[in-house]
Design a protein. Structure first.
Length: 373
């Protein structure tokens, strides 16, 4: 994993994945060449900042590059009335002025990781400005935030999951209790609204956090179960509390009902564990890896055969060697999909791979070298 990420993939994406304006491309083709889609999502820019920053903090690549990309992307995507816009055009100018909570979450996450490197107050100010924008324009009377500045349905747990990720990272690099308290608010949404009585994590809701009508309200993605498991372990580490019991509950549901015959998380089940879509997404496998890593760590184990199996599966069926790309999805019959190569997935691979390496090194925090003693 170390060789694939840091000797191959990250250098390759720096060389091929950046455009002439210094922004990250949306996609590459399977030939390793950029595919021009005519826009740049702020989400992709901020995820690539994370990739470059985490690599730099582990001693791979330039420490200046993620900082440069963050400030370039943040300046291009910041709306005159606050918040990060969803898209800019290929020149880095305004394109789609929609401001979504999902994009704000990744803007704040990128801010945290950039600040871990540059310790620049101008970097950190973006996080506070973004939070003020969310509070002033997207706060819901029923808790959490709306999907966009112009409210739309259904509401989703997914943006809130990533807001928790951002708040935890910001708390770690700043020690500001504001971010700790915001993380606790997101956790309360999980406790009160997101998890069904069966132990399943619902995806879609109405404005008041009741399950959405019809099949949407019963939709469950096992990959998000594993993602929450990792986040709940992160919460326990940073807040210095016992691991929340929902971590085991979510892990058990996904492992009992959400895996295919080879042990991979399928795309979708319902709240009773009946499988709906048997395709396997790469991002979900990386989240499964992260969940197993933190559970092994919590039990003080230095070996877990499930982790060996997942890493082997990634290596054999998803990660490509030359060029260092990947299959985004396997169909239910195991056939790899060659439809897309979105840059945004490198965030998932990097996070899982570096968490694996962190655990094997014995480090408690990915930012241990960057956070002042």
């Amino acid at each position: 994993m170390r060789r694939w990420l840091f000797e191959s993939a990250v250098p390759f994406w720096i060389e091929q994945g950046m455009d002439c304006h210094g922004l990250a491309h949306e996609e590459l083709g399977f030939d390793g060449k950029p595919k021009e889609l005519g826009y740049r999502r702020s989400l992709v820019q901020f995820r690539q900042v994370y990739v470059l920053a985490r690599a730099a903090l582990m001693g791979f690549g330039s420490r200046a590059l993620p900082c440069t990309l963050f400030h370039r992307a943040a300046a291009a995507a910041w709306h005159p009335h606050g918040g990060f816009v969803h898209k800019v055009d290929t020149n880095g100018a305004g394109y789609d002025a929609t401001r979504q909570s999902y994009d704000q979450a990744f803007g704040m996450l990128a801010c945290a990781w950039t600040y871990a490197i540059d310790r620049d107050s101008n970097t950190l100010e973006y996080a506070y400005r973004t939070l003020r924008f969310l509070d002033d324009n997207m706060a819901s009377p029923h808790g959490g935030y709306t999907e966009a500045a112009n409210p739309q349905l259904p509401r989703r747990q997914n943006p809130h999951m990533h807001l928790l990720e951002a708040f935890l990272a910001l708390y770690e690099v700043t020690g500001d209790e504001l971010f700790r308290s915001r993380a606790a608010i997101i956790l309360s949404l999980l406790e009160r609204h997101f998890v069904a009585s069966t132990g399943a994590l619902r995806e879609y809701f109405d404005d008041a956090w009741h399950p959405a009508d019809g099949s949407d309200g019963e939709t469950v993605e096992p990959g998000h179960h594993y993602e929450w498991v990792w986040l709940l372990h992160e919460y326990a580490r940073l807040i210095d509390e016992p691991i929340h019991p929902l971590a085991s509950q979510l892990f058990d549901f996904a492992t009992r009902h959400g895996l295919d015959a080879r042990g991979r998380p399928v795309e979708q089940v319902d709240t009773h564990g009946v499988q709906r879509r048997g395709a396997v997404k790469l991002w979900a496998v990386t989240e499964q890896l992260k969940a197993h890593v933190v559970r092994a760590e919590a039990c003080a184990r230095d070996f877990d055969p499930a982790i060996v199996s997942i890493v082997g599966d990634l290596s054999e069926h998803f990660l490509l060697r030359e060029p260092p790309l990947w299959f985004e999805e396997l169909e239910a019959d195991g056939t790899p999909s060659r439809r897309r190569m979105p840059a945004s997935t490198l965030y998932h691979i990097t996070l899982a791979g570096t968490e694996l390496l962190r655990w094997k090194s014995g480090a408690r925090s990915p930012l241990v070298a960057a956070v002042p003693v």
